[in-house]
Design a binder for this molecule. Structure first.
Ligand code: ADP
Ligand code: MG
Length: 730
């Protein structure tokens, strides 16, 4: 049986293994958060005083004393054991891509030769996992292995299988953050502080501002049998070779199309498990590319939303396998069709229920609205290069600027009405009345700004940072990324912009200017300053690249060079002032990002070289021999003139195969050489640049010849499942 047929059979086997669609008897409202120790469970399992203390810790960040921790741990243990848990783990987000956990049993000696189930406040609050193998960017050398994880009470614990999972931060012994959560929490605190201070100009009763995040997770599903036959998918998460399928997304028939039954079964299963873990799943649909799908929950507080995204990514991978699929979270698993992103819908809201990016009913609301929009644009303008650095990776780089996903230049789309409003504001003077046509009529005779209704529908899919009615949507985040990298930068940058804004307004007020007028004056100035970041046109066009350069925006496209932004003076100063990351932490993080970049391409290059030598070349040569055989046999039995005519086609193929195989052979050698040269370079930055400049392009140029061979070589001999086989789930 030929290899291709074998793969097809494996695929069929899974297809036929009918997976029944889970059909819970209860409604989602009944099983939602079944496995989460949320407030409802806390109030049931904790004594009232301890419960109130915990609410204070969660809501106001007040510190947790040991006796409260002990009481909480005891209640958690009781609850978790009722669900069958026997172990607990601190669950954290190291600077690799996933999450990490180390499980400990709930057991202790009872002093009488037996065992008792035990889980103390100390175990809940802090643990010291051996941290020497997690990337630290040189902060903590391996002999000083101690890092510790500390409970994050703002994210509730949950049970998966037999384990109580405790979300934690992960810090080095000397106090530097070794994870995403620690700086994220600092960034959220910074934006809370800065936004609360500004919101209080308008609403003095505001005490707290919360950052909200609603992510939209895109992913691909492929049949597990086919996946297993692709060493590149297995090792790198993407196909390093493979010719376009005759049909892919050109019919645009997949987007919002009906979802195949087998996929529906997977989605339902996933959603039920996610809902039980407290993830408020809401939307599911097909995406643009074949076999591409999306899942989005209702937005949540950013810290919790990120934990939930990390959790859903691991759930997706696991549930997919149960259904005979592999879930691909890579940003670009298949060349030539759309890749996957993770739109980050982001907003700020007050403890009094006001959406700071939502237009309101009163003049004060509208000035607040304009203020927050403009100061966010100030942040995005000032740190556009850093925002790009926050989303760049070896894998997401395949998506950026390729005419499908956000371009590699950060700009902001505002839509017609908001654009008009900002222009009117900029051009008006303090006492002028401004009006916009139709029902969006708006006058700016401070303090009267009537209700502003924004059209939420004019979307621009090419914009990396679009205003969408009551929030911004940061669309450049990669599908497998931890959203925290982007959220740390965005929230800190907005915190900085609001802090600067407030000090300028306060200075005007000190000169005797009435506060609302001082705000308007400052906003008007800032509209001018941040203008270059505003772009409503086609982000994929060549003209925009030129224009963006003229506007002074960051137009760098090389991932390692984009990462330089993490170490710029503006970045260092921002993170230091906002107390989010210090210089050592920034340097360490950048080092890790560069190292990860290099390793990803290094692995790709290795597996690619193997596949060329072990899969592609032998098969191409075998097919060529068959052709040669045929040609010489024809020569034997026919007169020269006839045989020459009959053999013409095959002779041409034989020649083409030789051209392709010799290109591949020569360039695989060059690839190995380029890697060797890059590997001995002294700094991580130099290595990453060399991998970007010399190794990655070779993968592409060799691939071209492999994909051509795929079209020539007998399908029965071709050793890898093809795009058309992988991309259409039956
Ligand atoms: P799309 O952008 O594809 O139209 P949706 O309208 O479904 O998607 O919204 C995407 C995400 O935006 C959801 O997670 C939703 O909860 C979230 N979202 C809606 N309003 C806000 C907001 N004010 N702040 C943050 N996220 C929000
Ligand atoms: Mg969206």
């Amino acid at each position: 049986m030929s290899s291709t047929i074998r793969f097809k059979v494996v695929g069929e086997a899974f297809t036929k293994k009918a997976i029944e669609v889970p059909n819970p008897k209860e409604r989602p409202s009944e099983f939602f958060a079944k496995y989460v120790f949320n407030r409802q469970k806390m109030s049931k399992y904790l004594p009232e005083d301890v419960y109130l203390k915990m609410c204070d810790v969660i809501d106001n960040g007040s510190s947790l004393d040991m006796s409260t921790a002990n009481a909480v741990a005891a209640a958690m243990k009781k609850w978790a054991m009722e669900l069958g848990a026997t172990h607990c783990t601190h669950w954290f987000q190291p600077l690799t891509e996933g999450t990490a956990e180390k499980h400990d049993g709930f057991v202790e000696h009872d002093g009488k030769g037996g065992m008792i189930e035990e889980f103390t406040g100390k175990e809940l609050v802090q643990q010291e996992p051996d941290a020497s193998s997690f990337p630290s960017g040189g902060i903590r050398s391996t002999f000083e292995a101690r890092g510790y994880s500390a409970w994050d009470p703002a994210s509730p614990v949950f049970v998966i299988g037999d384990t109580l999972m405790i979300p934690t931060v992960f810090i080095s012994y000397t106090g530097e953050a070794l994870d995403y959560k620690a700086p994220l929490k600092k960034a959220l605190k910074a934006v809370d502080r800065a936004a609360t201070a500004v919101a209080r100009y308008f609403y003095p009763e505001v005490r707290k501002v919360v950052s909200n995040l609603g992510w939209e997770q895109e992913y691909f599903l492929v049949d597990e049998g086919l996946y297993a036959a692709r060493p590149d998918l297995l090792m790198t998460g993407r196909t390093l070779m493979g010719h376009d399928s005759a049909k892919n997304q050109q019919m645009e028939d997949h987007y919002f199309g009906s979802i195949p039954g087998r996929v529906v079964a997977f989605m339902k299963d996933l959603e039920i498990q996610a809902l039980e873990l407290g993830i408020p799943c809401k939307t599911r649909h097909n995406e643009v590319a074949p076999n591409q799908f999306e899942l989005a929950p209702i937005y949540e507080e950013t810290n919790l939303a990120i934990d939930h995204n990390m959790l859903i990514m691991s759930l997706m991978r696991e549930v997919a396998r149960k259904h005979g699929f592999r879930c691909l979270l890579h940003e670009k698993p298949f060349a030539g069709i759309n890749g996957s992103g993770k739109h980050n819908n982001w907003s700020l809201g007050t403890d009094t229920g006001i959406q700071l990016y939502g237009p309101g009913k009163t003049p004060v609301d509208n000035l607040r609205f304009v203020t927050f929009i403009v100061e966010t644009l100030m942040a995005v303008h000032k740190h556009n290069g850093l925002l790009k650095a926050s989303i760049v990776s070896a894998t997401n780089a395949h998506r950026l600027g390729l005419g499908e996903a956000p371009p590699a230049i950060i700009s902001s789309f505002l839509g017609r009405q908001l654009t008009d409003l900002l222009r009117h504001l900029e051009e008006s003077d303090d006492d002028e009345i401004i009006s916009l046509e139709g029902k969006q009529a708006l006058s700016l005779d401070i303090p009267q700004i009537p209700e502003l209704l924004l059209d939420n529908t004019d979307r621009n899919r090419t914009s990396p940072f679009a205003f969408t009615g009551n929030r911004f949507e940061f669309r450049a985040v990669g599908s497998q990324a931890n959203c925290a990298a982007a959220m740390i930068v965005l929230n800190t940058a907005v915190a900085e912009a609001l802090t600067d804004f407030k000090s300028r307004v306060d200075a005007l007020v000190a000169e005797g200017i009435e506060p609302m007028k001082a705000i308007l004056k400052t906003v008007r100035q800032d509209i001018k300053t941040c203008k270059p970041i505003h772009f409503d046109g086609n982000g994929y066009s060549e003209e925009w690249k030129q224009e963006a350069r003229r506007r002074g925006l960051n137009v760098e496209t090389s991932a390692p060079l984009i990462l330089d932004e993490y170490l710029s003076a503006a970045t260092r100063s921002m993170f230091k002032r906002m107390n989010v990351l210090n210089d050592a932490e920034l340097e360490a993080r950048t080092e890790i990002k560069l190292e990860t970049y290099t390793k990803k391409i290094q692995i790709e290059a290795r597996i690619f070289g193997d596949m060329c030598m072990n899969h592609i070349l032998p098969v191409a040569t075998r097919y060529q021999s068959q052709l040669i055989d045929n040609v010489s046999k024809i020569k034997e039995i026919f007169p020269t003139e006839t045989s020459t005519r009959i053999n013409a086609n095959n002779m041409q193929l034989i020649e083409q195969i030789s051209e392709h195989t010799s290109f591949i052979t020569e360039n695989v050698e060059r690839l190995v050489e380029a890697r060797k040269v890059a590997n001995v370079l002294p700094s991580e930055r130099d290595k990453a640049i060399a991998y970007h400049d010399t190794v990655a392009p070779l993968l592409e140029s060799i691939r071209y010849h492999i994909d051509k061979l795929e079209l020539i070589v007998d399908d029965e001999l071709w050793p890898l499942p093809k795009y058309r086989e992988m991309l259409f789930i039956r």
